[in-house]
Ligand binder design. Structure first.
Ligand SMILES: Cc1cc2nc3c(=O)[nH]c(=O)nc-3n(C[C@H](O)[C@H](O)[C@H](O)COP(=O)(O)O)c2cc1C
Length: 223
């Protein structure tokens, strides 16, 4: 157990790729500058120009590496081409098929692939595809959710399946502070991914009524 970084980053703390009004260049660069892995959110429509613009805007704010998250059920081929051309450090994917060919294409461009998954079955598939790390999402997670099991029961099972392979598991779901980070490490994770709590740092996207509800009750926002 330790607070070591993952995938070449100083710390194992990941900013979830929430809508690009939340996980936009400013927040992603702030996380990158602090030594974590910030994930930009790719547009949910084909817009390679906007994708490149977001990446370049982020690069103006940080000289540290960062990544981009893509929701695979939405049109994404041109966006992914732009991401690989820009050679960001990490391509995160969610809700779709992360095949061996897909991973190979990214690796050939020098980009690491990190799918977000929510079950042991999905983990087995992405191990075979050759991914560099996984984000394991528990049911507690806010936003877009695939996990049906609670993180505390799912995480040790997944860590056992990964075994001694060099595939760090990044725990996601309901982690808001150092206690949650330590608990995830104790269960075998190497890092954590936070959405809801990080979104509160993104100033003006929530009405103040929603923000105070979240702050007082720790309620995750589901989309
Ligand atoms: C507002 C919001 C939007 C999200 N959008 C995405 C997304 O587009 N892609 C994705 O992979 N995960 C998304 N997530 C889920 C996160 O990746 C992560 O699993 C989750 O935030 C972790 O749980 P937490 O919210 O309790 O920290 C989103 C989460 C939130 C809160």
């Amino acid at each position: 157990m330790g607070w070591k970084g993952i995938l070449g980053f100083d710390y194992g703390i990941v900013l979830a790729p929430m809508g690009h009004d939340i996980a936009g260049p400013e927040l992603v660069a702030a996380v990158a500058n602090a030594g974590g892995l910030g994930l930009l959110h790719a547009p949910e429509w084909e817009s390679p120009e906007l994708m490149k613009e977001l990446i370049r805007k982020t690069r103006k704010l940080t000289d540290k590496p960062f990544g981009v998250g893509v929701l695979l059920p939405f049109p994404h081929k041109e966006n992914i081409k732009a991401i690989l051309e820009e050679k960001v450090a990490v391509l995160q994917v969610f809700w779709g098929d992360c095949s061996r060919e897909f991973v190979l294409e990214a690796h050939n461009a020098g980009v690491k692939v990190v799918p977000q998954v929510g079950s042991v079955e999905e983990v087995k598939k992405v191990i075979d595809a050759g991914v560099d790390a996984i984000i394991l999402q528990g049911y507690e997670a806010g936003g877009h959710v695939i996990g049906l099991d609670g993180l505390i029961s799912l995480l040790p099972r997944v860590v056992d399946v990964i075994g001694d392979r060099d595939i760090p598991v990044i725990a996601a779901g309901g982690i808001v502070d150092a206690r949650g980070y330590v608990a995830a490490l104790a269960l075998g994770a190497k890092g954590i991914c936070m959405g809801t709590s990080m979104s509160m740092a993104s100033s003006n996207i929530f009405p103040s009524s929603a923000l105070s509800l979240m702050l007082s009750n720790g309620i995750p926002v589901r989309c």
